[in-house]
Design a protein around this ligand. Structure first.
Ligand SMILES: Cc1cc2nc3c(=O)[nH]c(=O)nc-3n(C[C@H](O)[C@H](O)[C@H](O)COP(=O)(O)O)c2cc1C
Length: 413
């Protein structure tokens, strides 16, 4: 977009990165843009109104209620701001303001104008904060809501932060922000957009499987099913018809989801095969047992020797089975749980099993992997695009993952 004569609302919040904003205003003005600064009250403690108004050649707008009403427009400035703008850029966006915007609070000029912005105008949000704040469940939930509702959220960069620690949370430099603004179209799709998953039929496997040794013992793993259930919840909210095939877990059935409870990998395989033809997307999030005891003993196996050998045989590879027969329009997605940071294993799985997307899942036993509520995922699609997600709650990770699945559907159109 050529910025000449474009009307840009620039919202500034009380983050340390506000020190970069005077330089951003200068660059935008140099390109011929008209810039109106909407600063939160707290932001004016980080950068002075005098600097901002001198550079933008406009007053700085903070309060909805001006000191005096000299013209008729002053009464409804928060509305005329939204009408005036071709684009709304919020940089830096603090955790506090992000929460307000996602909740629809409009108690200052920045947040009120966000709501009055005409529906087809772009909204760019540049979160900037400490790494722990950025990856917190609430900030991620609020950002996911904003991006689902017509905002473009530009993820902060990783590196050294104002706190002196390293992490993800640094706002891009003013030059990079200008480039992003320039590549943004002045009008965007009317919001909220319809999900590409609307009416799609999705089969998701979740949880562990149990492979019986005898009537009272089994081989299994620590999978809780949380990631698969989070995906089912998010997909159903996007209007998909979701069938969740799950091993034994202690989780309630997400609203609007058809649930099939199974126990062994073979049972899961059979249940999934029922949907081979009808489903559009298959997501293998279950931690299926690769092997099962060759012989199942009825009753209870006696302990009459010091050691015991159990012969194991391979279980069916459910994901590979689906991929092998999948039609052109169908999408296969798998998870690759690795204890060591080896992305190549995940890439190999993507290729070997002919997947469209693989979620490489690091297992550290604390924040990522089985049982816990958070996950660190790196997603690799069939075009070898790599998306590194930060530490996120499993529901946020599911949202991000489905956003990428929707992009995959778009790219294949
Ligand atoms: C020195 C200092 C630096 C801060 N930096 C940030 C920041 O980078 N990001 C953030 O979200 N909050 C930051 N905060 C906290 C916000 O200033 C605080 O939440 C404030 O209420 C946000 O107000 P606003 O959203 O109305 O601008 C910082 C606070 C201080 C004291």
């Amino acid at each position: 977009m050529n910025l000449k004569n474009k009307n840009i609302l620039l919202g500034i919040c009380a983050g340390i990165a506000a020190y970069k904003i005077p330089a951003l205003i200068r660059l935008l003005k140099k390109q011929g843009a008209n810039v109106r600064v909407l600063a939160t009250q707290a932001a004016t403690r980080f950068v002075t109104e005098l600097t901002l108004s001198t550079l933008s050649q406009e007053p700085v707008y903070t309060d909805i209620f001006p000191d005096s009403f000299s013209t008729e427009e002053d009464w409804t400035k928060h509305i005329s701001m939204g009408e005036w703008a071709d684009m709304y850029v919020i940089a830096p966006a603090t955790a506090n303001t992000i929460a307000k915007l996602s909740a629809g609070i409009c108690d200052d000029m920045l947040s009120a104008s966000f709501i009055t912005l005409r529906p087809n105008k772009p909204k760019l949000i540049f979160p900037a904060m400490d790494g722990e704040m950025f990856t917190s469940a609430s900030v991620q939930r609020n950002l996911a809501w904003l991006s689902r509702n017509g905002c473009t959220v530009i993820n902060p960069e990783s590196g050294e932060l104002a706190s002196g620690q390293c992490g993800t949370g640094r706002m891009p430099e003013p030059e990079a922000i200008v480039k992003i603004i320039e590549t943004t179209e002045t009008t965007v799709e009317a919001t909220p957009r319809l999900s590409k998953l609307q009416e799609k039929s999705i089969v998701i496997t979740a949880g562990p499987t149990r492979e019986k040794i005898d009537d009272v013992r089994f081989i299994s793993n620590y999978s809780s099913g949380k990631m698969g259930f989070a995906l089912a919840t998010s997909a159903a909210k996007r209007g998909a018809k979701v069938t969740l095939v799950t091993g034994p877990v202690h989780l309630p059935t997400p609203e609007g989801v058809d649930r099939l409870d199974i126990e062994s990998t073979e049972e899961m395989d059979l249940a999934v095969k029922e949907h081979y033809q009808s489903c559009d997307i298959f997501i293998g999030a279950a931690a299926v047992a690769d092997y099962r005891p060759a012989n199942y003993v009825t009753g209870k196996l006696k302990k009459n020797s010091k050691t015991m050998e159990i012969n194991l045989v391979r279980n069916p590879d459910i994901l590979a089975g689906f991929s092998k027969q999948k039609k052109k329009h169908q999408i296969a997605i798998g998870f690759s749980l690795e204890t060591a940071g080896n992305l190549d294993n995940a890439k190999e799985k993507l290729e070997q099993k002919q997947l469209d997307l693989v979620a490489y899942n690091t297992f550290d036993g604390k924040t990522s992997g089985f049982e816990v509520d958070t996950n660190i995922l790196t997603l690799i699609d069939k075009h070898m695009n790599v998306y590194e997600l930060p530490l996120l709650g499993k529901h946020e990770a599911a949202e991000r993952m489905l956003d990428i699945v929707e992009e995959l559907i778009n790219s294949d159109k």
